[in-house]
Design a binder for this molecule. Structure first.
Ligand SMILES: NC(=O)C1=CN([C@@H]2O[C@H](COP(=O)(O)OP(=O)(O)OC[C@H]3O[C@@H](n4cnc5c(N)ncnc54)[C@H](O)[C@@H]3O)[C@@H](O)[C@H]2O)C=CC1
Ligand SMILES: CC(C)=CCC[C@@H](C)[C@H]1CC[C@H]2C3=C(CC[C@]12C)[C@@]1(C)CCC(=O)C[C@@H]1CC3
Length: 341
């Protein structure tokens, strides 16, 4: 008689990262058995089996996929890196390795963490649905390879491997290495006094626990014949907020002053483009990290918020934590970044 496993087993690729580790914690809460695959180790948990390797190598992935029901692929190089080769290798070629490893190991469900930015070209998007076309001029290399990656995952959906792409936007929460630390760094350097544009551009910032909830529901939905197979889904807080109100709440919560002085969006965007051009010319001699890259200026000065109706309809998604509570929990978790008197 075949032995029936009672618990579902999953693998989180990128499980030592910000989103990945929150996903691991919630999967354990919901009684899944969890494997983690990552190229680095950032925490220990006796309930988790860790595999260290490079996702671009199928042979590294295979041992981690043994008897796995659902693979969550949420690994990527940091978006702030400017290295096209790295993005292409990990996000595109690496994702193809993940797909072949899933097929070879007999995994039936694959959930990709994509990004809502795959449709963003630097111009306003208001309540955008998943039917928007992919950006024909993506705002950076990261986004360009997230598009390639998502296309590959969705087209590999077949009878044996059911795939889905979750598109979060602006993830924040405890242990995020990117958003809150960057904003605080800017404040400490006196660069957070300015508002780009009129300050009334609405944006999705999504609390990490809501993103995790969306991923788990997406994975659970991938039954044979489900409408969700081969599709992309926005996962948001379903509560767009003025970009500058969000930043102000984080800054004030941590004891810093809110941005006050308005700079015209178009002016700053073109300045950022020119500065980026000179930085590229100087790259062989010196590497300069721009605080106001054209990508950041575009993200800070335009509307970009998305509808999550499809996720609500197809797998009953609804955010678990509202915006005020999410900001509060996030601010409380960053005691070390609080302004010292
Ligand atoms: N942070 C955000 O606001 C958003 C993130 N996303 C996506 O969510 C996912 C997770 O992002 P975060 O948790 O913020 O990033 P993170 O940088 O905290 O985690 C990514 C993890 O991937 C691992 N990784 C990278 N290359 C690898 C390789 N070759 N082999 C094995 N592991 C590798 C890293 O070691 C890291 O632990 C990414 O796919 C990202 O594109 C999407 C939308 C917004
Ligand atoms: C210009 C300024 C005031 C920037 C400070 C905040 C930024 C560090 C974040 C604001 C929006 C964020 C964001 C991302 C990274 C961090 C921000 C630029 C992503 C690019 C991360 C990866 C994605 O897939 C899309 C995100 C969009 C929003």
């Amino acid at each position: 008689m075949a032995v029936r496993r009672s618990k579902k087993k999953c693998l989180v690729i990128g499980g030592c990262g910000f989103l990945g580790r929150h996903l691991v914690e919630e999967l354990l809460e919901r009684d899944y058995t969890v494997n983690v695959f990552d190229m680095r180790s950032t925490f220990e948990d006796e309930m988790v089996t860790f595999f260290i390797g490079d996702l671009c190598k199928t042979e590294d992935l295979l041992p981690a996929m043994e008897n796995v029901d659902i693979v969550f692929h949420c690994a990527s190089p940091a978006p702030s890196s400017d290295n096209y080769q790295l993005f292409y290798r990990v996000n595109y070629e690496g994702t193809k390795s993940v797909i072949s490893a899933c097929k070879e190991a007999g995994v039936q469900r694959l959930v990709l963490t994509s990004s809502a930015s795959v449709v963003f070209e630097g111009v306003d998007i208001q309540n955008g649905s998943e039917d928007l076309p992919y950006a024909s001029h993506p705002i950076d290399y990261y986004t360009e390879t997230k598009i390639l990656q998502e296309k590959e995952v969705l087209k590999s959906n077949c009878e044996d491997l059911h795939t889905i792409a979750v598109r979060p936007h602006g993830i924040f929460g405890p242990r995020d290495p990117q958003l809150v630390p960057t904003v605080v760094d800017m404040a400490r350097k006196g660069k957070s006094k300015y508002i780009i544009g009129d300050g009334r551009n609405l944006v999705d910032f999504t609390y990490v626990k809501n993103v995790v909830h969306g991923h788990i529901l997406a994975g659970e939905s991938l039954d044979e014949g489900s409408v969700t197979c081969g599709k992309a889904y926005h996962i948001t807080n379903d509560d767009p907020i003025y970009f500058w109100d969000f930043l102000s709440k984080i800054l004030i919560g941590l004891g810093y002053a809110a941005p006050r002085y308005k700079i015209p969006y178009t002016l700053l965007f073109y300045i950022a483009l020119v500065v980026q051009f000179f930085c590229t010319l100087l790259k062989p001699l010196v590497v300069i990290k721009l605080t106001f890259s054209p990508m950041r200026v575009a993200l800070a000065g335009t509307h970009h918020y998305y509808s999550c109706e499809r996720a609500k309809n197809d797998f009953a998604y609804k955010p678990l934590v509202n915006m005020d509570k999410a900001i509060d929990l996030t601010v409380q978790s960053y005691a070390e970044l609080r302004k010292k008197d």
